[in-house]
Design a protein around this ligand. Sequence first.
Ligand SMILES: Cc1cc2nc3c(=O)[nH]c(=O)nc-3n(C[C@H](O)[C@H](O)[C@H](O)COP(=O)(O)OP(=O)(O)OC[C@H]3O[C@@H](n4cnc5c(N)ncnc54)[C@H](O)[C@@H]3O)c2cc1C
Length: 410
Amino acid sequence: MKKLLVLGAGTAGTMVANKLSHVLDRNEWKITVVDRDEVHPYQPGFLFIPFGIYGQNDVIKPRRDFIPPGVEMIVSKIEMIEPEQNRVRIAKDNRYLNYDYLVIATGSHPRFDEVSGLQEHEWHKSIHDFYTLEGAVALTKHLRAWQGGRLVLNIAEMPIKCPVAPLEFLFLADWFFHEQNMRDRVDLTLVTPLTGAFTRPRASQLLGDILEEKNINVVPEFLVERVEPDEKKIVSYDEQEVPYDLLISVPVHMGDDVIERSDLGDETNHVPVDKHNFLSPRFDNIFVLGDAANLPTSKAGSVAHFEAEIFTENFLRYVDGLEMTAKFDGHSNCYIESGFGKGFLIDFNYDVEPLPGKYPLPGIGPFSLLQESEMNHWGKMMFRWVYWNILLKVKEMPITAEMTMAGKWQ
Ligand SMILES: Cc1cc2nc3c(=O)[nH]c(=O)nc-3n(C[C@H](O)[C@H](O)[C@H](O)COP(=O)(O)OP(=O)(O)OC[C@H]3O[C@@H](n4cnc5c(N)ncnc54)[C@H](O)[C@@H]3O)c2cc1C
C-alpha cells in the first residue's frame, strides 16, 4: 500500500482528503489525516459573532463529519516532520507515521505574543480580537455593554488571513453602532502597515473611498512596536502614537510551530513551495496547501479550494511519473461585507488585479465584482452553508479553479 499523509484537517486538508479518496484506488492507497482537535471551525463566520449575527455554535461542527469513509483520522498534535526519513512524529503514543507522499496543510495562525503589551492584564478587557473563536465570543460580550469611545483596529503586519476581514469588521461595526443609535459616540479607526486599505491598488482605492464615506479614519504605514495597555495607546517603531478606548488587534500570522521545529519554513514559518503546483523545492514527495504555504496570494478558504482542485489533477499524474500540467494562477475571491445588508465581491490572481464585472456567469452574475450589492451580501451569508455542504465535501461548484476574464470589464 502507498501511504498519503495529510497534516491538518482544516479547509485545505479536508478538501484534499475528500478529493483524493474519490479518485485514488483504495486497494493501492492508504490516506491518513492528522489534526490536533475534533472541532472544525468555519473561520469566516468569526467576523459575524461580535455583532450577534452568528453565535459560536453556528460556526463549528465535528471534524469527523467531513472526513470520508476509508480515510483514517488521527486526533493528535503533530510534533515533528522528518522529511529525510519520510515520517512524522505525533504526540499520541509518541508514534511515528511513515509516508510515501506528504501534504502539509497546517494553516497559519494569529500570533498575539508577537506584539508586546497585547496579552497582558487588559487582554479581553480593553484589548480584543475576532480572529479566534474565543476572541470573537469575548468581544461580543464586551460590545454588548460598551458605551462608545475610540475603537481602533490595528493590523500589525502582513501576512494575515483574509486581508479584507479587518475592513469588513469596521464596516459591520459602523452598521452595528448605527443600529444601536450610538454611532455618534464611536470613533472608528483603521491603523494599518499598508499604504492604503488593501494589498491590491485598485481594490485599495475603492475600499479606501468606502471607509471615508462611512467616516472611518485610516492611519496608514503604521508599524506597531508595542501596546501600552495602561496608557491605552499603540506605539509604532517611529514613535507615532494612536490612543484607543477599545483596541481590536489583528496580529501577524505565522505557520504552526511544527514547521519551525522541523526546519521547513521561512521567517514566519510558512513553507516555500512552487507557486504553480505546491511542490516543495527541497523534497519531491512533499506538497504544501492552504495558508501553510508561502504563496504570493491571499490566505483564504477560496484559495485553498482552488488549490485542492489543481493539486488533485496534478497529483494523479505525478504519482504515475507524468509531468504536472495544471498550473495554479493564484486565483482568489472574497465577498466583502459592507454593512446595511450589502457587500462587494473581488476576484483576482497573481497577475490580474480585482476588476469590475459579473460573477460567476459572465454578464449575468448574479454577483457583482467591485460593486456593492445586496446579492453580494446574500452570497456571503449563503457561503456558510456552501462551505459545510459543498466545499468541504468537494461537490461540484459552477466556478473554475483558474481565474477567468469572461465577465470582467477592463
Ligand atoms: C476572521 C476570519 C475571516 C475569514 N474570512 C474569509 C473569507 O471571507 N473568505 C475566505 O475565503 N477565507 C476567509 N478566511 C480564511 C480561511 O478561513 C482560511 O484561509 C482557511 O481556513 C485556510 O485553510 P487551511 O486548511 O490552510 O488552514 P486551517 O483551516 O486553519 O487548518 C489548519 C489545521 O491544521 C491543524 N494543525 C496545525 N498545526 C497542527 C499541529 N502541530 N498538530 C496538529 N494539528 C495542527 C489545525 O488544528 C487546523 O485544523 C477567514 C479567516 C478568519 C480568521
